[in-house]
Structures are given as C-alpha cells and as structure tokens.
Design a protein. Structure first.
Lengths: 281, 481
C-alpha cells in the first residue's frame, strides 16, 4: 500500500498531474478464460471487489470464449493480466510473464481427465474410443486438447483420423455437458473443473465416468503481458499470494475451490512444453 | 308434467335453462375458437421457431461447430419451470446425406447415424425430405405415430448445408386446451352459482303476485260464500298482474252486490207470493166463516136451551172467532179510509206501550220530531208503530230507542233495541207469517207490519248485530194507496 502511494507520488512528480490521474483511473484489465468456471458472475464480481480494495485501483475482468482471443489481446496490450492455461503460456512465453500459480489440493498442479458417458462401461483407455465422437475443450488447452492428442501421438495416431469426429466446446464445463448428454462419446477435461463441478453440480458429473487421469501438470497460471511494469506485476502478485492469509481472501478461495497462490516458475510447465514440442513435430 | 307446474317453479326453471343454454353455447363457441387458434398457434410457433433456428444454425454448420449447434437447438427445449413449454419432442439437424448432424436427444438420435435406419417410422419423413427441396418450413405429418415434423432446409448461397427437423406431437396443444376448458368450466360454474340463485329469486318474486291471485281466485266458486274482497292482500301495481288483481277485487265486489240484490229480490218475491196466497185463502175462508158465525148467532138466540148444546155452540163460536181473528190478521186490508196521522196519534202509541215498558223495567227513549198532521192513514201507521215497539220492548234488555221524523217526502220510523240479535239465517224468514222465534203468539206481527208498509208503498229494513237491532220504516207522504 505504502509502496503504491510512493509510486503514485513519483509518477505525479515525473509526468505531471494529468498523466498521473489518467494512469490512476485506468483499470487493471484481467483476462479470464475457460480455465476458470464460466457463469460464476457473482464470484468473479466479489473477486473483482476484493482486488480493487486491496490494490486501491479499479479492476475489470474480461472474458473471452477462447484462449486465442485472450492471447491476442495480451499481445496487443489490450489486457494487462490473464488467467491462462499452461499450454498457451508455454507457446507464447516471449510475450508473457509468469505472475502466480494457483494451489489446488495443496499443490500447484492439476490433471486432465478422460471422460466418457456414465453408461459406457467398456472404455478402458483412449484407444477404445476409436471412430467415436470426441469433445475437446479448446485447441489451445493443455488438459482439454494437448493431453489426449499427445496420448494419440504416442500411438502414432492423429485425432482427425483416429476419432470418427471431433469438436470443440470452448469450455471445460461444456465438455462435461457434451459427454453427459451423449452428444460426444468421449472428452478431455480439466480435472480441477470436473472436481469443482462435482461439488456444485453432482447430477451433471455423475452422468460421466472418468476413464483415465493424466499425470500432474502445472496448474493454469496467471500471467501478465511482458510490457507490464514490474511494480504492478509485483503488486498484484503480492495481493494474490496474500489472499490465503486474509479472511475475505480465504472465503473467496474456498468458493473458487483453490487453496491459494504461489509465485511459481517455468519448471512447472516443462512437461507441457515437452508434450507441445512432441506433438508439433 | 312441466305444463302443470306452478309458475313459482316454471319461471325460475326457464330462467335457469336460459342461463345454462347461454353459458354452454358461449363456452362452446369460445372453446371451438380456442381449439383452432391453439392448433394454428402451435403450427405457427413451430414455423417461426424453425426459421429462427435455421438462421442461427447457418454459420454454425458452415464452421462445423457441433457443440454450438447442439446448444442452439437445445435452448428451446429448456425452460425455467422445468415444464416442456412448447411441447416440442425433439429437434434434429440432418446433414445433406440425411445423417444426424446433431440432435437434442443424442442417445436416441446419435450423431452420424442414418435417420431412416434409426426408426422405420421415420422412413416416410426421410423420403419426404429427400424428395422435395423446399426453401420454406414445411410440416410433415406422420399419422401412424401422431406426430408432426416441421422440416426446414438450412441453405447458404443456394447450397444445402443441412436440414432442421422439429418433431412435435400433433396434439401437443391439447394439454393447454384442456387447461383452458377446465378454467372455463370453473368460471361458468362460479357465474352459474351466482346467477342461478339470482334467477330463482327473481323468478320466485315474479310468480308471487300470480300465485296470490290464483289462490284468491280459487276461493271463489259455487257452493262457497263469496269472500270479502278486502281480506285478500294482493300485489298492487299498474302492471298487468296488478291490474288483474284490482279487476278481480272489483269483480268480487260486484258479485257481492249482485248476490245481496238477488237475496233481497228473492225475499220480497217470496213475501209477495206468500201474501197473495194468504190473501186468497183468507178470502175463501172469510165467506163461509161469516155464514157460520151468523148461523151460530141465530142458533144461540133461537135454538135449543139445552145447556149441553148451548155450551157446544159457545165452544164453536169461540173457535170460529179465533179463526176470524187470525184470518183478520193475515188479511191486512189497507183499503178503508181513516183520518190522517196527527201528532196525537203518534203520542197515543207511546202511551199505549208505556205499561209494557214499566212491566219490563226498561227505558224508552222517545224522540218525535213530527209536529204536523201527515197525509198517512193513522190507524195503519199506529199499527206498524205499536207492532215494532212491542217487539222491541220484548226483545230489549235495558233500552229501546224510538225516533220518528220526516224529511222531504217521507216519514221515517226508527226503532232500536239492545236485546239478543237476530241471526242471519232467521233474518231471511223474518217477515213471513208464523216464523216467529218466540214461543207465544203466531208470529204475525212482523208479517202484518210488512204487509202494511208494502201497501203504503213504503220500505222496511232490519239490521241486526250483537247489542243492537234496528228496524227502519220509510213511508212516502202524499201518495196514499
């Protein structure tokens, strides 16, 4: 807080009153993707209020349907921060800076689940889904695309030819819906989303069956555009890391089904990077 | 049965029937309209929805976005209340090869399956779709399954991307229709529950004057005495029933009047007949009687002196004299002339009856307003006055009033007494001979009085009620018979 005031004073001294005012009033723009649950407007709003009160600055959350759109916005400087998946972070690393990684079940990791409709009792692995209709979440998602594609790659298969047909739902929760309703006969989904939905909408997840859980990967991180001022990156990081020690923050984390945030490092995403490289070749 | 029913029930029943017929015909016509409107609505609804869906689906099919296509067709199937609002059974999207592209029921219609292979019933639908390439929504009805399908091609720049099929039950609007029918029945019943008692009440009120009149009229008939018009409490108004009521009362009054007149005529005719008969008999008896009396007189003077015979003759004579008295009384003769009626004649009458008044210890109130001599036969008037006074004194308990006066052309005698009244049955025979209720006498006093008054062209009336009996005699002056 004190640091922020000092910085503001410095800015005012350097750039003059007008610039400082404009800068102070420009909100922090944070992009959200389908790594986080959609249709959680109330939760997002209270998180926004929380961040605004801690940062003493306006915050606006920007939601977009695909990762790609968020990355484009980040690259263009139209977003300051974003909650992305590890896969697009790795592939766009030169434009981005790692800010924090959420902690889930005590670890900053998550898994990808391979799910099928609950009435499908035969499927034991992705191999059994040959010729079937398969739902991906987003072409830039690690858990919802890269993981199953990598699995097929290990078998020298390509998804377009291996599956009868594939489609994207553009959100992990929609993959669960697609599999539960029977539109798709299989799907790849973010384990954190599936677990959270199992708490919130057990009637939906109970219509699906987890065939396989992937190894653990780095949890979808919060990143900033590379051009973002270090002080601001540090400020937001500090606020996020502090959340679990703050009563209000803990309540929010509980609702988000997370334990907290850690600073994180690129090593956490090495496995994803390796898979991406393998698949790309 | 209904024909003979009282208006008390007939009017309300007719009212109720009318209400029921109106309610039913209005409801039936509304229901008829609603039925076809709903059917039409359902069709239009499906048509409209298929146009909207086809439009939204075009870019999704172009992008091969299966999931968004599913979400798009699934949205009309869901409603907040959890109830199927638009009665749509399923929505399918077919690709140009008639395979399921995506459907709202993926388990029933899995993606990439052949429509015609899924359900033999849908074979006809499939052939219908392939046969006609149309650019507007078209409804296909499958009679055997009771279902309709709204088939809409999804076309982009003349190229068929796919076909949207909305399946709905042909009778899908029926639950809604039954709901409306049910509500209208309830409304009709509620309105009926209000109107029917009202109609019964009005009908009943309308029938009251009629039933009153009918009940009153039924009391008038042969063999029953005419009722008093004033004892009927009839509906009063200037409407037809009110007019009937007053006409009935008027008629009853006229009837009563006529009945009284008839009674009077009957009585006076009977009295006249009795008078003629008695006069005839009396004359016929008088002639031999005179002879017999003369013969007996002669026999007494010149006949045997045998005391036994003398005694017999004397007995005969007394008997004959009694007959003569009676005949004399029956045969009232007003022919003979005597002097006109003076005040003294009237006052003498009072003197004559005073002895009887004293004997009975009653009071006689005498009021004589006549102070001049009147052209009436004094003997007969005195006879009438004495008869009436003596009767009154005999009947009286304490008072007898006698009032004598004259007006323009009449002399009036009014005699009142406070004794036992004469009952109506007795009244009609009152002036007939030998009709007296008394034990002594022949009952010829009133007969004579009546005959005299009749011969003097006068009128005698009698009114009797408990505590007061009044005899009034009116004699015209200056017209001596």
């Amino acid at each position: 807080m004190q640091r922020w005031i000092k910085l503001a004073l410095l800015c005012w001294a350097l750039c003059g009153l007008t610039y400082a005012q404009a800068n102070e009033h420009a909100p922090l723009r944070i992009g959200l993707t389908a790594v986080f649950l959609e249709e959680q407007t109330a939760l997002i709003h209270s998180w926004q209020l929380y961040l605004e009160s801690r940062l003493n600055r306006r915050v606006s959350f920007v939601q977009r349907a695909s990762y790609r759109e968020i990355i484009v916005l980040l690259k263009n400087g139209k977003l300051d921060f974003a909650w992305l998946c590890g896969y697009p972070y790795i592939t766009n690393k030169k434009f981005l800076r790692l800010l924090a990684v959420p902690v889930y079940h005590g670890k900053p990791t998550y898994q990808s689940y391979l799910i099928v409709p609950a009435d499908d009792r035969k499927t034991r692995s992705i191999v059994d889904l040959k010729g079937k209709l398969f739902a991906f979440s987003d072409p830039d998602s690690n858990s919802g695309y890269l993981v199953p594609v990598y699995e097929l790659n290990k078998l020298n298969k390509k998804p377009d030819t291996f599956f009868g047909k594939t489609f994207f739902t553009w959100a992990h929760s929609k993959v669960i819906e697609a599999v539960a309703s029977g539109v798709a006969q299989g799907g790849a989904v973010d384990g954190y989303i599936w677990d959270s939905q199992a708490i919130r909408h057990p009637e939906l997840t109970s219509q699906t069956r987890i065939v396989n859980k992937s190894p653990e990967f780095g949890f979808p991180p919060i990143v900033s555009r590379r051009s973002m001022a270090t002080t601001e990156v540090n400020t937001l990081r500090a606020v996020l890391l502090f959340m679990q020690r703050d009563e209000e923050g803990r309540k929010l984390l509980e609702k988000m089904n997370l334990d907290g945030f850690v600073s994180g490092n690129d090593k956490m995403f090495e496995t994803i990077a390796a898979m991406a490289l393998k698949v790309a070749n | 049965m209904f024909h003979n029913l009282s208006f008390r029930y007939k009017i309300p029943l007719r009212g109720s029937l009318l209400i029921a017929i109106i309610a039913m015909s209005v409801s039936a016509s509304l229901m008829y309209g609603v039925y076809y409107d709903l059917k039409d609505d359902a069709q239009q609804n499906a048509d409209r929805m298929s146009r909207i869906l086809a439009y939204s689906l075009k870019p999704l099919l172009l992008n091969d976005d299966v999931w968004r296509a599913y979400e798009t067709i699934n949205s009309p199937m869901q409603s907040s209340s959890g109830k199927k609002e638009n009665y749509i059974d399923e929505i399918l999207i077919l690709n140009p090869r008639q395979q399921i592209y995506v459907s709202t029921h993926p388990r029933q219609f899995p993606v990439r399956s052949e429509l015609s292979l899924l359900n033999p019933k849908l074979d006809k639908l499939s052939s219908e779709i392939s046969r006609s390439l149309i650019d507007t929504p078209k409804s296909v009805e499958l009679a055997e399954s009771g279902k309709s399908y709204m088939v809409t091609p999804i076309i982009s720049d003349g190229v068929l991307l796919g076909t949207l099929v909305i399946g709905y039950s042909s009778s899908m609007f029926l639950p809604h229709f039954y709901d409306i029918v049910w509500r209208s029945i309830i409304t009709t019943l509620i309105v009926g529950a209000v109107l029917l008692p009202l109609s019964w009440f009005w009908g009943w009120r309308m029938s009251i004057p009629l039933t009153q009149l009918s009940e009153s009229m039924s009391k008038v008939g042969w063999g029953t005495p005419l009722p008093d018009p004033d004892e009927f409490d009839l509906y009063e108004s200037r409407d037809e029933i009110g007019q009937m009521g007053s006409a009935f009362k008027r008629m009853l009054r006229d009837l009563k009047h006529k009945e009284n007149l008839e009674k009077q005529v009957l009585v006076s005719e009977r009295l006249a007949a009795v008078g003629r008969l008695t006069a005839g008999i009396a004359h016929e008896i008088n002639n031999p009687l005179g002879g017999m009396l003369i013969t007996i007189n002669t026999a007494k003077k010149h006949g045997s002196s045998d005391p036994q015979i003398q005694k017999t003759i004397s007995l005969l004579e007394r008997g004959l004299l009694q007959i003569k008295d009676i005949i004399g009384a029956l045969l009232v003769e007003a022919k003979f002339q005597n002097h006109p009626l003076t005040v003294q004649d009237i006052e003498d009458t009072r003197t004559l009856v005073l002895a009887n008044v004293r004997n009975k210890s009653i009071e006689l109130n005498w009021g004589n307003d006549v102070q001049e001599t009147l052209p009436l036969p004094s003997t007969l008037v005195r006879q009438v006055l004495i008869n009436l006074l003596l009767n009154a004194i005999q009947a009286s308990d304490a008072h007898v009033d006698c009032h004598i006066y004259r007006d323009s052309g009449n002399l009036s005698l009014v005699i009142k007494n406070d004794g036992k009244h004469i009952d109506p049955e007795q009244m009609s025979y009152l002036f007939e001979p030998f009709s007296s209720g008394r034990e002594e006498g022949y009952g010829l006093g009133l007969w004579m009085t009546y005959q005299i008054v009749s011969q003097l062209n006068g009128l005698i009336t009698m009114q009797s009620q408990p505590g007061e009996t009044i005899f009034s005699v009116t004699l015209p002056l200056g017209v001596p018979s």
